[in-house]
Design a binder for this molecule. Structure first.
Ligand code: NAD
Length: 340
């Protein structure tokens, strides 16, 4: 078993990394507590039933899988179900699933009775690599991503690599994009793992290294005043592309993969990254309407007075933040990700 301690003042918690941990919850939490298990209808029974069988005073609530559940409608339905289960301020929510369940469950926990405990059991590469730590929780407004939310940290994160055994290859690779991002911005050794033929054999190391990188950043800058912004590398245009396709055609990581290509300063890095995408069968779409993608980017949280903070990678493992005019972002989108 590996343990990573997140040391944020008033919000310290452990990430447990252990194969089989999902079947041994009593080692990590008080399973006799009243527990609301939030999950989605795609999460295999083998995981859901295991959690619910161990938690003797629990209820399972399943939402529709995918981005559409990061909505006000689903948010309200979950809150109503919690009320109906008579959840008090002392009770616990377990978010069992991918980043959607983590973001939704985290926001529900942040706001229900002004905040209750939640524990995350992430079951996708994306959520094990990235979204389950750092305290960002959110839902979408229409097609605009993560525009309503709160900082609310889990009490614990339980990562069982075995849960990934039921995940589709597309979703495995989608989540790995966040690890490639982590490597590009802060850890060259992590990026290099993806240049190996058998990168998938390194999955546990990839997840561990990505979490260690994110831990360092969020401990230094929890509320994203500076350094943490580098984690948004690829996300500005990525979110625009994701919204352009109504959060349906491409997955989050796939859009980040496209978004990162715009902000690499070195052509060699771009070539290396494209080779990784080919190997992972990640598609690069350039057929969207650049004006519409730009319009969607203007709704980004990182805009201020016609300026926007973007992140550039100058060499593998090294990144910096730059404030540019929105109009310059337009030119970057129009320039395309392949031409530079
Ligand atoms: N809060 C953050 O810091 C942060 C960071 C990055 C991304 N995100 C958010 O994460 C979300 C994407 O997360 P995701 O890629 O995990 O998507 P997801 O939660 O939609 O999960 C992907 C799909 O896999 C299924 N699934 C999950 N675990 C499974 C398993 N073990 N076996 C079989 N099927 C399984 C789900 O039901 C779903 O259909 C986006 O909304 C994104 O905005 C948040």
């Amino acid at each position: 078993m590996k343990k990573i301690h997140i040391n944020i003042p008033n919000n310290e918690y452990d990430i447990i990394l252990k194969r089989g941990a999902i079947h041994q919850l009593a080692n990590h939490l008080d399973t006799s507590r009243k527990i609301f298990i939030l999950t989605d209808t795609n999460i295999p029974d083998v995981w859901v039933n295991s959690v619910s069988n161990q938690c003797t005073n629990s209820i399972i609530y399943k939402v529709t899988p995918g981005e559409e559940s990061k909505s006000f409608q689903t948010y309200e339905q979950v809150l109503k179900a919690m009320l109906a289960f008579h959840m008090s301020r002392k009770d616990l929510l377990i978010a069992l699933g991918g980043g959607v369940i983590g973001d939704l469950g985290g926001f529900v926990s942040a706001s229900y009775m002004r905040g209750i405990d939640f524990i995350s059991i992430p079951t996708t590469t994306l959520s094990q690599i990235d979204s389950s730590i750092g305290g960002k929780t959110a839902i979408n407004v229409g097609d605009v991503k993560n525009i309503v939310g709160a900082f609310h940290h889990p009490k614990k994160v339980i990562i069982d690599f075995d849960t990934l055994s039921t995940l589709s290859t597309r979703h495995v690779n989608n989540g790995l994009v966040e690890a490639i991002k982590a490597g590009l911005i802060h850890d060259a050794s992590l990026f290099k793992l993806f240049e190996q033929e058998n990168y998938i054999d390194q999955l546990e190391t990839i997840i561990y290294k990505s979490l260690m990188m994110k831990k360092r950043i969020v401990e230094l800058d929890e509320k994203e005043n500076g350094l943490r912004k580098t984690l948004n590398f690829g996300h500005t245009i990525g979110h625009g592309i994701e919204a352009y396709y109504h959060l349906e055609k491409y997955l989050h990581g796939e859009c980040v993969a496209m978004g990162m290509l715009f902000f690499l300063e070195d052509e060699t890095i771009k070539q290396r990254l494209m080779q990784i995408y080919i190997h992972m069968q990640i598609e690069i779409d350039t057929t969207y309407d650049t004006n519409k993608v730009y319009e969607l980017c203007t709704m980004d949280k990182k805009t201020h007075k016609d300026m926007i903070s973007i992140v550039r990678v100058n060499e593998v493992g090294s990144s910096y933040i730059q404030d540019i005019k929105m109009i310059d972002l337009k030119a970057i989108i129009e320039g395309g990700s392949h031409e530079k």
